[in-house]
Write a protein that binds this ligand. Structure first.
Ligand code: NAD
Length: 249
């Protein structure tokens, strides 16, 4: 059953795998047309579009690095041109470059800030005017529990993810009068390629600290995003929803 009477259009950054892919599929299940960006994995992008179209979903894959201002503007323009509006923007693309501060290079710092925080600025800036004109829209930015709690070895990542929270609250205040909501979903430990490189010992230590005693699957995060995009969330803005099994409380 769809949650939207008329088709709404969603754009998800970094949509070919992990949490982004689960968000794409969940929004498609909820009846949205879904566009997603990808940086280099064109075969995964094509097969995801084919799979969605096979299910009768209007889907679009847009190549581009989310940290490029031009590419972000092009992606938003492609959606508004093709489908007429952009109703939901999910800023999901992100990377890690972990290291203790003493060994963290300037390049590790810049790469994480650019991929995780500037990319959010880029897409929100591109969607700002169309959403303002529409007098409606949903922006959902993916942060991390680490942006709230901090984590050794992740000063760059935590700063970028905390930055997303302050950014989103500010934008929520700017756009509230136009009927646009801006919220943050902050996942805890989610089983994806990003976390696959952790050792078994680190994984076990992490799970034992989670009150719900399990790691998340990408669908746990997608469900929260889908809720924040839905009509039922129309009076929620500027919030950060931790989807972390209780890890960050
Ligand atoms: P992932 O590495 O499996 O997938 C991330 C996707 O984003 C990839 O497809 C990657 O190519 C894309 N991407 C990264 N930078 C990009 C850029 N500049 N332009 C375009 N695409 C880009 O990671 P994931 O675990 O699915 O993470 C998704 C989001 O969730 C990230 O923002 C991450 O920081 C956040 N997050 C993940 C976890 C976790 O435990 N996995 C926890 C908290 C937050």
């Amino acid at each position: 059953m769809t949650e939207t009477a008329t088709k709404k259009n969603a754009l998800v950054t970094g949509g070919t795998r992990g949490i982004g892919r689960a968000i794409v599929e969940s929004l498609a299940d909820a009846g949205y047309r879904v566009a997603f960006t990808y940086r280099s994995s064109s075969s995964e992008a094509d097969s995801l579009v084919d799979a969605l179209k096979g299910r009768g979903v209007d889907a679009m894959a847009l190549q581009g690095d989310a940290s490029s201002t031009e590419k972000a503007a092009e992606a938003v323009e492609a959606v508004t041109k093709e489908w007429g509006s952009i109703d939901v923007l999910v800023n999901n693309a992100g990377i890690t470059r972990d290291n203790l501060m003493i060994r963290m290079s300037e390049d590790d710092w810049d790469a994480v800030m650019t991929n995780n925080l500037k990319s959010v600025f880029n897409f929100c800036k591109a969607a700002y005017r169309p959403m303002m004109k529409q007098r409606g829209g949903r922006i959902i930015n993916i942060s991390s529990v680490v942006g709230v709690t901090g984590n050794p070895g992740q000063t760059n990542y935590a700063a970028s993810k905390a930055g997303i929270i302050g950014f989103s609250k500010s934008l929520a205040k700017e756009l509230g009068s136009r009927g646009v909501t801006v919220n943050v979903v902050a996942p805890g430990y989610v089983e994806t390629d990003m976390t696959a490189k952790l050792s078994d010992a680190a994984r076990e230590a992490m799970v034992s600290a989670i009150p719900l005693q399990r790691v998340a699957v990408p669908e746990d995060i997608a469900a929260a995003v889908r809720f924040l995009a839905s009509d039922g969330a129309s009076y929620i803005t500027g919030q950060t929803l931790l989807v972390d099994g209780g890890l960050g409380m």
